[in-house]
Design a binder for this molecule. Sequence first.
Ligand code: FAD
Length: 584
Amino acid sequence: MIRIAELKLPLSQVQYHPENHTEFHPTEKLTQLAAERLGVTTQAIASLQVYKRSFDARKAELLAVYIADVALVDESQEAALLQRFAGDSHVNPTPDQRWTPIGQAPADLAERPVVVGFGPCGMFAALVLAQMGFKPIVLERGKTVRERTKDTWRLWRKRELTPESNVQFGEGGAGTFSDGKLYSQIKDPRHLGRKVLTEFVTYGAPPEILYAAHPHIGTFKLVKLVEGMREEIRRLGGEIRFEHRVTDVQIEGEGEQRQLVGLQVLNQATGESYSLPTHHAVMALGHSSRDTFVAFYERGVAMEAKPFSVGFRIEHPQSVIDRARWGKDAGHPLLGAADYKLVHHAKNGRAVYSFCMCPGGTVVAATSEPERVVTNGMSQYSRAERNANAGMVCAIDPTDYPRDAKSFAWAFDGKTYGVEDLPEGALHPLSGIVLQRQLETKAYLLGGRNYNAPGQLVGDFIEGKESAALGEVQPSYKPGITLVNLHHALPTYAIEAMREALPAFGKKIRGYDMKDAVLTGVETRTSSPVKIGRGADFQSDNTRGLYPAGEGASYAGGILSAGVDGIKVGEAVACAILGVAVPS
Ligand code: FAD
C-alpha cells in the first residue's frame, strides 16, 4: 500500500457516516484527490483508508488534512509508482505497524515475572508478557477501578482521602481519571504506539482514536477498557493482586553481581506481609510512589533527582478558547472543544508552559497524601463541560530543591537520609520529593485545611492582590476553592515568571489573561521527581532484575508513552528470560 500525507479538503464538504458515527469527507472525494496526487486514474485505486486526520486553521477556510493509505488495483504497479515519488516525503510505502511477539515462554518456566503497578505502563508490560505466555504476577497497591472510583469521589464530595486508593493509586494508574489524551512526541520507530491504541480499541475505546491526530477517550471509557485489559491478562494466565503494595526490595550481591531476588509485599486488605521471590520485576510505579522511591534509595538502587515543573491550574470558559482557536468555525461538531499548547520564556530564565490541557473538563483534587492539596485535570469523552482547564507550570530543576536537614526531617518523619553530609553543591536524590511535600502542604493550609484548593482570579494574580469574589468563571474543582493570594503558594521565581507569561499568552489566545479566569493550585505532580536509571537491557543501572519503567522512573510522560514503555520493558523481561537480544 502507499501512504499519502497532506491531502487537504475544506471542512464545509464533510459528510456524516451514520453506520460508524464518523464524519469524513466522502471517500470518492478523497480518492479523487489521492489519484491526482499520484497521477493515476480513480479507477486505478482499489481502496483508500484514512490513517490520520487533523485540522489546519491557518487559512481563511478551515481545512481537514488527511494521511491516507491507498491500495492500487494492480498491486504490481505500487513499487514503480513509489519509485517515481522517491524523495517526496509525503508519498511513502505504508509501513507494517503490526506488533509481533519476540518469543514464547518455555513450557517449564521456572519463575513468573512480576509487574509492580497497574497503570498504563504496568498494564502493557503485563499484557505483552501474558500474550507471550509468561503469566505475569501483577502487584497493585490500589483497588480495582470501580472501588477506586468510589474512594476518589469520596475526597471530591466528602473531603475524605483514602491514601491507597485515589487519583494516583489504583487499577488503571494515574491517567484513569483524566482527559485520556492519547498522543505523544516520543520517537516510535517500531510503531508500538499503534499497538497501544489498537489494544485500547479492542477493549472499548472509540475507533476514532486510531485516526484522530489528537485522540482522547475521557474518564468513563478509560474505566471500561482498563477492566477489559485486566480480564484479558487473567484469561491468558496472568494474576493480578490488588491492594498488594511492594514495601521493600531484596537484593543480593555486590557491584556487577547485585541482583534482585525478591520483593517484600504488604497485603493491605489483610495486613499480612510476605516475601515474593523474583529475579525479574518491572517497576512501573508512577510519579507519586514516594514511599517506594525511599525504599529504593535505602537499598542503594541507582537514582537521581531530576527536573519537573510546578504551578497552578487555569480555567477559562471553553467558548473563549474555541473562539480564539477556531474563529468563525467555533462550535463545529467535528472540531469539538479546542485545545491549546503554550510556552513563554520569562526574563528570569524560567520557562512557563501549559500542561495536560483538558478541553471541556474539570479540575480535580489529585493528592495521594493526607493534609496535602494537588490539582490536575480530567474530562469525559464528550468534553462538554463549561470550562477549559490546563496546568500552567514553571520548569524547575534540582538546584531549586531544598537540601537542608530540617526540611528533610520534616518531609520524611524525622529522617534526613544523609543530606547534612553532602558536599557543597551536591544534589540529593530525594530532594524533589521534599519540595513537592512543602508546596502541597502549603496549599492545604492556604486552602483552609479542608482539602479546598487555594484559588485566585487571574486579574488579581497579575496585580498581586487577594481575590475577594469570583467573577464570570465558576471554578470546577471539588470539594471547593478558597480565594487567597496565590503568591504565597509557590517560590517567587515561579510567581514572577507566571505573572509575566499570562499577558504573553493573552496575545496568542485572545482572552487567556481575562481577569475572571481562575487559578487553583498547586500543580506539583507534573512528572517524576526522580530518575531511576536503566541500561540498554532495560535493567537498573546497578541492580540486575529490577526494570525501572514508565513515568515514575522518568521513561514516559503520559498514557501513550507509558504504554509504549511498558511494551518495551515487557519485551526486555521476556528477552532476559529467553536469553535473546532486546529488539532495537
Ligand atoms: P501510573 O499511571 O502512575 O501507575 C503507577 C501504578 O503503580 C499506580 O496504579 C500505583 O497505585 C502503583 N504503585 C505505585 N507504587 C506501588 C507499590 N509500591 N506497589 C504496588 N503498586 C504500586 N496523561 C495523558 O497522556 N493524557 C491525559 O489526558 C492525562 N491526564 C491526566 C490526568 C490526571 C488527573 C493525572 C493524575 C494524570 C494524567 N496524565 C495524562 C498522566 C498519565 O496518567 C501518566 O503519565 C501515566 O498514567 C503514567 O503511567 P505509569 O503506568 O507510568 O504510572
